[in-house]
Design a protein around this ligand. Structure first.
Ligand code: NI
Length: 160
C-alpha cells in the first residue's frame, strides 16, 4: 500500500497514449493497489495510470467509495444518451468545468486475472468511465469543457 504522487496539468506524461497491458505482473498488482489507495486518499471517484506516471491502460473507478471497478485495457463498446454536468480531475486540482458525456456507456475490459468482462454505467459512473478512458489516450477534460474552468466550491467537488 502506498500513496503515489499525482501528476498535474502541464506534465507531458498526461498527454501521452498508454500501452496495453499484456500480463498482470506483481508489479502491476502493486500499481493497481496503489492507484486505489491514491484515489481514495484524494477523495476521487476515478484514477488512470498515467496520472501516477505510468503509461499503461489501467483505470480504477469508484463512485460509491466502497466498490471499485478495476479496468485493464478498457474499451467503450456502446454509448447512448447524453448528460451535461460538472466534472473535475485529480490532475487539475481545485478546478471544475461543464462537460457533455454520454448518459450511458458499456465498457469491455480485463480484470486482474486478465479475464474479459463487461460493465455498464449511467450518470456519474458513465461520466467517470469516459473521463478515465480519455486519460489513456492522453486527453484531459479541460479540452472538452464548455465555458470557463471554475474554482471548486469546497464540499461540491467530484474529482475524477
Ligand atoms: Ni482525471
Amino acid at each position: 500500500m502506498a500513496i503515489r504522487n499525482i501528476r498535474e496539468l502541464g506534465d507531458p506524461i498526461l498527454n501521452k497514449t498508454c500501452k496495453a497491458v499484456t500480463e498482470v505482473t506483481p508489479r502491476i498488482r502493486e500499481l493497481i493497489e496503489d492507484m486505489l489507495d491514491t484515489m481514495y486518499e484524494a477523495n476521487g471517484v476515478g484514477l488512470a495510470a498515467p496520472q501516477v506516471g505510468v503509461l499503461k491502460r489501467i483505470v480504477v473507478v469508484d463512485v460509491t467509495g466502497q466498490d471499485p471497478y478495476i479496468l485493464i485495457n478498457p474499451k467503450i463498446i456502446e454509448t447512448s444518451g447524453e448528460q451535461t454536468g460538472q466534472e473535475g480531475c485529480l490532475s487539475v486540482p481545485g478546478k471544475c468545468g461543464i462537460v457533455t458525456r454520454p448518459g450511458h456507456v458499456k465498457i469491455e475490459a480485463y480484470d486482474v486475472n486478465m479475464k474479459p468482462f463487461q460493465v455498464e454505467g449511467d450518470e456519474l459512473l458513465a461520466r467517470a468511465f469516459c473521463h478515465e478512458l480519455d486519460h489513456l489516450e492522453g486527453h484531459l477534460y479541460v479540452e472538452k469543457v464548455q465555458g470557463p474552468l471554475k474554482d471548486v466550491v469546497p464540499e461540491e467537488a467530484e474529482e475524477e
